[in-house]
Design a protein around this ligand. Sequence first.
Ligand SMILES: Cc1cc2nc3c(=O)[nH]c(=O)nc-3n(C[C@H](O)[C@H](O)[C@H](O)COP(=O)(O)O)c2cc1C
Length: 219
Amino acid sequence: MKYSYKDMPESMKGTYGDFSKNFGFSWMEFVATIPSPLFLVTTYKSNGLPNACMQSWATFTSANHGKGFYAILTSVNKNGHLYQSINETKEAVINFMSEEHHAECMATIQNNQFEKDEITASGLTVEKASWINAPMARECFMNLECKYVWEKEIVPGDDHVMLCLEVVGIHIDEDHMADKTGENGILYNIHYPMNPEKVTKTGHDYAAVLQKKIDVGEY
Ligand SMILES: Cc1cc2nc3c(=O)[nH]c(=O)nc-3n(C[C@H](O)[C@H](O)[C@H](O)COP(=O)(O)O)c2cc1C
């Protein structure tokens, strides 16, 4: 048997799944609970200080007949420092953290003042990128140096945009060369899972890791 939902179930009315539309979230997001990779995007603000922004609504793809690898950040707030700084410099680093440094990366949200070096203030170390003008977070095990390609509103007039970045170079910590997934690998954001048939008063967000299940071989 399958449960089917087209409109928000009565059981979710008045819950976080309902009022969080004020922060830009659809109730369907919590019912579907599709995880997405979690990372820290670092840029230079117009005052020269490093900016750091947690991002998760995103995907990665090859394009241009295999000549390029691209990040699509699918929901970037137009009112944040990331959007402002990337439009000024056209360059950013995407930093992947393992579980060990999740707390410091999350602290960047509290240290989100324009006059702050958000990386250092959060207990992380600033490193200069090699091929672009942007800072990186040393403690993150993989850093993708990126250049801005384009942006698009999913719906005209939206307050968030999709940003396409081309990956121009990659740094990987030696301990992660063999595997970037698994226990110590890339974290995924599980955003407030809700069961409309059993709504609880409070919910949780989770950071998850991947477990390999099936060896598909080559295809
Ligand atoms: C797990 C997690 C994922 C997030 N993903 C996004 C995202 O995809 N897009 C976005 O605009 N903000 C996202 N945020 C919120 C920003 O990280 C937060 O508002 C940040 O302080 C904005 O930084 P900025 O002003 O430097 O842009 C996320 C926050 C968390 C905790």
